[in-house]
Design a protein around this ligand. Structure first.
Ligand code: DLL
Length: 440
């Protein structure tokens, strides 16, 4: 297939189409420096290196990466909030956070240079999705501690596009401004894109009055079926963007016009696929857990960070001409993290709320369904024998307390349904905490 080369196809052709040998040399150089920085600036890593007897000068080739220790969300949690930062706070210009496995979030920090690189790779990613300086970009990811809003915002500005910082929600206004301001690129979660498309239909707005050409969708898993629905309903091209706060935020990887895998920006992030059980690296083409090493980050550089996301990598040439490896769409996770309306939720967070509140048993089940295109979370909570006989008004007050606390800890609202003592099935093995009825 011969692709039509559009005039502005790349943001930084030299970097995006770099010869792979040169790219690997650059990675090795940066990896060596990273290990040295971690050894000297982060006591946690120095300690880890000392435990296994590794010194920075032992890094001689990229294969040596496999001998270095992993980093996990638990490590970030144990060093909450700033313990893994490699720079003093005087050099940290931004802090973001995402859900931790219990009440405390995972905190990440960026130096000025980190923000510059992040903006650069988001701008580059947006060009992959067909954006340029003439684009009018509606950013409908949430702004705040979540990296979606500000990540796409800074990338759009770097690109020179006109950015509309809408943030999430307020659907009718989103649509009115999308139409009136002539937005050409929409950035939000894929499920919100479908919701917007349905709302446009319901409001009786003609698609020809909307100027959208492409969407940059991510932060949650979505299928080819969802892509087809969005592309049809909004009459746009829908691109998958991937990222996670620990590594940077959105823009770690994105699809190009071929929509056949997401290019990972390898001069900043070295990807590996490991077997989540043996923790051994797997060759290209095999499915496993995605692991990243950030080789240029200053504020919070991470070594072999286990994302828990499942995918496979390919080094095969892409028709777009970019040489950076591609990852397949994420097919699942190795842990129990759910993404509900774009927000990461761990069942253990619910457990910690219930334990904190008391009066109920720590037996619970999360039931996730879809109402149209929106995720709905219902939590079944088992009453204790004592509270079971309480008056309705007392139970209603308890329900409100749980609901409010869940909302503030999880960042999403949930319906709370009390059930009688001993109703939630007990398991001899792993408890079934989640019933996910969504069909992606
Ligand atoms: O979700 C960053 C982001 C914002 C990516 C906007 C794309 C667009 P976190 O909140 O830290 O960061 O959540 C990271 O979300 O480990 C995946 O499990 C999931 N995820 C992110 N992008 C995708 C995607 C942002 N395109 C976690 N497909 C990751 C599937 C995704 N899952």
């Amino acid at each position: 297939m011969v692709l039509k080369i559009k005039q502005k196809m790349y943001w930084n052709k030299t970097k995006e189409c770099m010869n792979r040998e040169e790219l690997k040399e650059l990675q090795l150089e940066n990896l060596k420096q990273l290990v040295s920085r971690l050894y000297h600036d982060v006591p946690f890593y120095r300690n880890e290196f000392q435990k296994i007897g590794i010194m920075p000068e032992d890094i001689k080739s990229l294969d040596d990466l496999a001998n270095l220790p992993f980093t996990t969300k638990q490590d970030l949690r144990d060093n909450y909030p700033y313990g893994l930062f490699a720079r003093p706070l005087s050099q940290i210009v931004r802090i973001h956070a995402s859900s931790g496995t219990t009440g405390k979030p995972t905190v990440v920090g960026y130096s000025r240079n980190d923000i510059a690189i992040w903006s650069e790779i988001v701008a580059r990613s947006m060009v992959c999705a067909g954006a340029d300086s003439n684009s009018i970009v509606q950013v409908s990811y949430g702004y705040g501690l979540f990296t979606g809003g500000l990540g796409l915002h800074y990338g759009s500005e770097r690109l020179g596009a006109s950015v509309i910082p809408m943030s999430g929600g307020n659907t009718e206004k989103q649509i009115m401004l999308m139409k009136d301001f002539g937005a050409t690129i929409l950035c939000c979660t894929p499920s919100y894109a479908i919701y917007l498309a349905e709302a446009i239909e319901e409001m009786g707005i003609d698609l020809s009055d909307i100027s959208l050409k492409a969407g940059i969708f991510g932060a949650e898993p979505w299928s080819e079926g969802m892509r087809a629905t969005i592309e049809k309903k909004l009459n746009i091209k829908a691109y998958d963007i991937y990222g996670l706060s620990e590594i940077m935020g959105p823009g770690v990887a994105i699809e190009c016009e071929c929509q056949n895998g997401l290019h990972i920006w390898e001069e900043h992030f070295i990807p590996e696929i490991i077997d989540p059980v043996t923790l051994k690296p797997l060759p290209y083409g095999e499915e496993g857990e995605l692991v990243f090493t950030t080789i240029t980050k200053e504020g919070l550089p991470l070594l072999r960070y286990r994302t828990k996301d499942i995918t496979r990598l390919t080094e095969e040439k892409c028709e777009c001409g970019r040489t950076h490896v591609r990852m397949e769409k994420i097919s699942g996770r190795t842990d129990d993290m759910l993404i509900i309306r774009g927000v990461n939720v761990f069942p253990s967070q619910v457990e910690s709320v219930l334990l904190e509140i008391g009066e109920v048993e720590p037996h619970y089940q999360l039931i996730v369904t879809r109402d149209g295109s929106l995720d709905v979370l219902e939590i079944l909570v088992e009453l204790s024998e004592r509270s079971f006989s309480d008056k309705i008004s007392i139970l209603e007050a308890l329900e409100r307390r749980i609901k409010n606390r869940i909302h503030s800890v999880l960042g999403v609202s949930a319906k709370i349904r009390f059930v009688e003592p001993k109703v939630i099935p007990r398991s001899e093995g792993k408890a079934i905490r989640v019933i996910d009825k969504r069909k992606l």
